[in-house]
Write a protein that binds this ligand. Structure first.
Ligand SMILES: [Zn+2]
Length: 257
């Protein structure tokens, strides 16, 4: 099935492709159970326009998001699309903070899942209990809760906290992941969400935990940092993303419109 659509007049082929990937990401996040009705947001930088990015219009459920629905906005919050719809101001604050701070990042995903929020709210955050956790911990930062992020001053706090990480735990609030591609940001969210669920599952079971040796924790985190670097073994999300889009084409097509 050829699902690719042609860019409408006034939208470059590159922007249209980014819109298709971003709309797919909204639907895939929902498909995995990570959406929060109309809350939270995912952004993608417009290729060739480093100061512009795409966000969701307020009012769409995530499983109905289409490429043409997305709104282009600049780093000052000016709407650059022909639209009478609006974006979530807190979403603008979070995403502009990350995309401005990190030229290497082209997509950021924000969620409020039970597991992600619960672990972000724990004093010690993500604990080195599982192999999944060690993978994520090697790339995770924390931002203290400062209320709903509608104050542009909040951008500095979020920018400092994301630093060079791919996962940001917003204390008492939720998760953010960042990647060079939509696929990379998605895979980081998949990994972070899984690690948080495993931690909660262990804690809720009440069973005694087999601790990982401190030296093994350090060695494994260092190895993860290397594997996920440019010198590492593969680009995160490169192989997962086309497969995820094929799955979406089977179960919820139409995001390309
Ligand atoms: Zn939020």
């Amino acid at each position: 099935m050829d699902t690719q659509t042609t860019a409408p007049t006034g939208i470059s082929a590159e922007e249209w492709e980014a819109r298709i990937d971003l709309a797919a990401c909204y639907r895939l996040v929902d498909l995995h159970g990570w959406s929060d009705l109309l809350g939270t947001h995912i952004s993608a930088r417009v290729p060739g326009e480093p100061d512009n990015f795409l966000l969701n219009p307020y009012g769409n459920l995530w499983d109905e998001m289409c490429a043409s629905d997305l709104i282009k906005v600049d780093m000052d919050g000016n709407i650059r699309s022909e639209t009478n719809r609006f974006i979530n101001p807190a979403g603008f604050t979070i995403h502009s903070a990350i995309l401005k701070q990190r030229p290497d990042v082209n997509c950021a995903i924000h969620t409020h899942t039970e597991a992600g929020t619960a672990v972000a709210t724990q004093k010690d955050g993500l604990l080195p209990l599982t192999q999944h956790a060690l993978h994520v911990m090697a790339h995770t930062g924390y931002a203290d809760y400062g209320g709903i992020e509608t104050d542009p001053g909040e951008r500095d706090r979020i920018s400092a906290a994301i630093n060079d990480h791919n996962v940001l735990m917003l204390r008492n609030h939720g998760l953010v992941t960042a990647g060079a591609s939509v696929g990379e940001a998605f895979v980081w969210m998949y990994r972070a969400e899984r690690a948080c669920r495993m931690q909660l599952s262990l804690q809720q079971s009440g069973a005694e935990v087999a601790p990982i040796d401190e030296a093994v924790i350090e060695k494994t985190m260092a190895l993860n940092q290397h594997l996920n670097s440019e010198k590492g073994h593969r680009t995160i999300g490169k192989h997962e993303w086309p497969a995820l889009k094929r799955k979406l084409d089977r179960v919820n097509p139409g995001y390309q419109n």
